[in-house]
Design a protein around this ligand. Structure first.
Ligand code: MN
Length: 229
């Protein structure tokens, strides 16, 4: 066996610089906007956040073209605020949590909704519904030293210029500090970790050839095509 293999670390560009943020892990929060919980048939009463993961190399950045994935006929977009960690720890105090954040980006938590529905029904894992190749297109990371820690602001996504998702970060059920604190009770968070913080209402299907544009006030945006498989 040849053990001299080379594995590259996925990275995300940092806005306004030549630097790239190395991605260690990707955590995601499910059901974090009440109207999206309702559209998925759930009850948005404030239960603890649901966490799942994507592999680090699901990141596509810069994201210009994302292949339509195999084994689905119902690929969905989910625009989300993405948090980039420069520090971590366990059992992080919510009051200290923002000190771990080095920046924010706009992300699309691409989802094979048909596979997710089957998994939900079977009580089976979401991995193949959420963690497929190229399932995490991202915009550039905007350093918190420049943009602060936005707790409000418009979040939106359009397909072929038609607005599909529009909400405000202030509508998140669990805030960024609360998410970091809760997640750090399950795992030791580390520099390089990304956290997708959940999507607002309006998720829907994408087809090959679609152009996805998305943004969050002050955090730039995302503009990518869905290419043929
Ligand atoms: Mn999501």
């Amino acid at each position: 066996m040849d053990t001299h293999i080379e594995v590259s670390t996925p990275t995300v560009g940092v806005a306004g610089s030549d630097r790239r943020f190395p991605v260690r892990r990707i955590f995601c929060v499910g059901r974090n906007y009440a109207d999206h919980v309702r559209e998925m048939g759930g009850d948005p009463s404030r239960e603890p956040p649901v966490f799942f993961t994507k592999p680090a190399d699901a990141v596509v950045q810069p994201a210009r073209s994302v292949p339509y994935p195999p084994r689905t006929e119902d690929l969905h977009h989910e625009v989300e605020l993405v948090v980039a960690l420069g520090a971590g720890g366990t059992n992080i105090d919510p009051q200290q949590a923002l000190g771990c954040v080095v920046g924010y980006a706009v992300g699309n938590d691409l989802t094979r909704r048909d596979l997710q529905a089957v998994a939900r029904k079977a009580g089976a894992p979401w991995d193949m519904a959420k963690g497929f190749d190229c399932s995490a297109p991202l915009g550039e990371i905007h350093p918190s030293s420049e943009v602060g820690h936005p707790a409000s602001g418009r979040i939106w996504l359009a397909v072929n210029g038609v607005l599909r998702q529009e909400s405000d970060l202030a509508s998140m059920i669990w805030s960024v500090p609360e998410i970091i604190a809760e997640l750090s009770t399950y795992v030791a968070l580390r520099p390089g970790d990304l956290i997708f913080t959940g999507t607002p209402e309006g998720v829907g299907p994408l087809r090959p050839g679609d152009r996805v544009t998305a943004g969050i006030d002050g955090l730039g945006g995302l503009d990518h095509l869905i290419a043929a498989a």
